[in-house]
Design a protein around this ligand. Structure first.
Ligand code: SF4
Length: 516
């Protein structure tokens, strides 16, 4: 195998959850150089293993879950803690993936694998334990119905090692909610496309990983030299302090000023109450600390505490922009403590906050416009800003109760039951739209509409350029930029690094190419 600076172990671990058997497949240079890693490996593995089946039931045992880090995951360089979770999505019925930060992917690499695949279905609720080259399915019926926070701790207790990395599903994943996420380290989520439901369909509550191997970097001296320079550049950036303070919460004001803040189920694009859920409000009364993914100096994770009121004692890592917008302005919630509570519930129950906020917004608007009856809402009315009912609905979605059971089916399921809602359900291919309204940034309509996984902003985020260029921005240039983003952003997911230093701090992509 050729040497790469990030390096490959050249091994893919294949696990059959039904039998508990596992095997290792070696990959060659051609595979590596064509598909690079992360979601590149995931797409190739899914294609090779599933295309022959024609149609795949996303929640059937034949679906394949792929967890793939990249060649730069875990290497000593800024923001290199990313890995991809992928499968045929239960939200869309086509390929889906989602990227997770933190340290889970790093540990997977240290266990000696470039990717892991899982097919089949365990007889009883179990966790997959990858302990270097010792791989086992461990029954854990006692974790049924447990939230992500408790699950992670109890698996670590059971293994007797709190350095083990755990990626788990909450109740939503167990109940096959179509937008269930996979969660690690409290709130590092592979949030989109319902990968948590795929794990749930396989009776896999969690994947625990422990690894002790050195990464096979070609030249540690070169890695250190390039990375030291990169850390210096980032540390000197004007916006670094701002990022460490607010993280993505600074985007609330930006989106509101630009007219792209989802408000009242995307009915409005600007909210006069946006200050109640912005970064300054967070800093003034709630933030108690920062967290970061592996080796990331931007440390954009905000740890928040609700100090008083009915949600007092709630601690959550988050929100970031998407969550604050979708559980705040999009639902008319003008109380930051309620946003934090909603964020905490979604993380613990294992729900994607974007899809959750999107679909609860649909329910509120549907009821307001008499498209839904009180019976449809289990006899419980709801209106904008009704945080009590929103919290109840979040729990109902995860537990598939009442109206929540319909929302749990995602946009496609909602429209199958309530086709009259079609004008107010914002989705592409069955994936609910992220928190950037297209009317203030029309290039995002193209980005969402042509995204391979549905309406998710990370495939192409052209908002900054749209703001810079204004209404005169030529349409053909918008097309070019969307295509450029769709290409370059896949590289970050394939390398296993975060895109934020690049898109937010102008960190040059050549840096990664040099290390690869
Ligand atoms: S910028 Fe934020 S999401 Fe990206 S690696 Fe750093 S802490 Fe993680």
């Amino acid at each position: 195998m050729k040497k790469h600076n990030g390096g490959y172990f050249g091994k893919i671990l294949h696990v059959d959850a039904t039998s508990g058997a596992s095997r290792i497949e070696s990959i060659d240079d051609e595979f590596i150089e064509t598909y690079i890693g992360g979601r590149g490996f995931a797409i190739k593995l899914l294609w090779d293993n599933l295309a022959k089946n024609g149609t795949v039931d996303p929640l059937g045992p034949e679906n394949m879950l792929v967890v793939a880090a990249g060649p730069l995951t875990g290497v000593y360089l800024p923001s290199s803690g990313k890995n991809s979770f992928a499968a045929i999505s239960p939200a869309t019925g086509i390929y889906g993936d989602s990227s997770m930060g933190g340290g889970f992917g790093v540990e997977l690499r240290q266990a000696g694998y470039d990717a892991v695949t899982v097919v089949g279905k365990a007889d009883e609720l179990s966790y997959l334990f990858i302990d270097d080259d010792c791989v086992s399915m461990v029954p854990c019926p006692e974790l049924k119905g447990k939230g992500n926070l408790e699950t992670e701790g109890r698996i670590r207790d059971k293994i007797g090692d709190h350095a083990v990395r755990v990626a788990s599903i909450g109740i939503a994943g167990e109940n096959l909610v179509r937008f269930a996420c996979v969660t690690s380290e409290w709130s590092r989520n592979a949030g989109r496309t319902g990968i948590g439901a795929v794990m749930g369909s396989k009776n896999i509550k969690a994947i625990a990983v422990r690894g002790h191997q050195d990464l096979p970097v070609d030249s540690i001296d070169k890695v250190v030299e390039i990375s030291e320079q990169a850390y210096k550049e980032l540390a000197a950036h004007d916006m670094m302090g701002y990022w460490q303070k607010q993280g993505l919460m600074g985007v609330i004001d930006y989106a509101n000023n630009m007219g792209i803040l989802p408000t009242y189920n995307f009915r409005d694009t600007h909210w006069e109450k946006s200050k109640t859920i912005n970064g300054k409000t967070m800093l003034a009364g709630h933030k108690i600390g920062n967290t970061a993914c592996f080796c990331c100096p931007m440390c954009c994770g905000n740890i928040n505490l609700v100090k008083e009121g009915k949600y007092a004692g709630t601690v959550t890592e988050g929100p970031e922009y998407e969550t604050a917008a979708m559980l705040g302005s999009n639902l008319g919630i003008d109380d930051f403590a309620s946003v934090l509570r909603g964020n905490h519930l979604c993380d613990d129950l294992g729900l994607d906050t974007i899809s959750t906020g999107n679909l609860i917004g649909v329910l509120i608007e549907g009821y307001e416009k008499d498209l839904l009856t009180l019976d449809d809402l289990d006899g419980k009315p709801i209106t904008w800003g009704d945080d009590d009912r929103v919290m109840e609905l979040i729990d109902d979605i995860a537990n598939c109760r009442g109206a929540g059971a319909t929302l749990a089916l995602g946009s496609k399921g909602v429209l199958a039951r309530w086709p009259q809602l079609k004008p107010i359900v914002l989705h592409v291919k069955g994936l609910e739209q992220s928190a950037y309204d297209c009317r203030g940034a029309s290039s995002m309509a193209l980005a969402y509409g042509t995204s391979d996984i549905g309406a998710h902003h990370t495939r192409a985020w052209t908002v900054g350029k749209e703001l810079e260029m204004g209404a005169e921005w030529d349409n053909s240039e918008k097309v070019d930029l969307v295509i450029y983003h769709q290409h370059i952003r896949s590289l970050f997911d394939m390398f296993g690094v975060c895109r934020l230093p690049w898109i937010e701090l102008g960190f040059h992509e050549d840096f990664y190419a040099e290390l690869y």
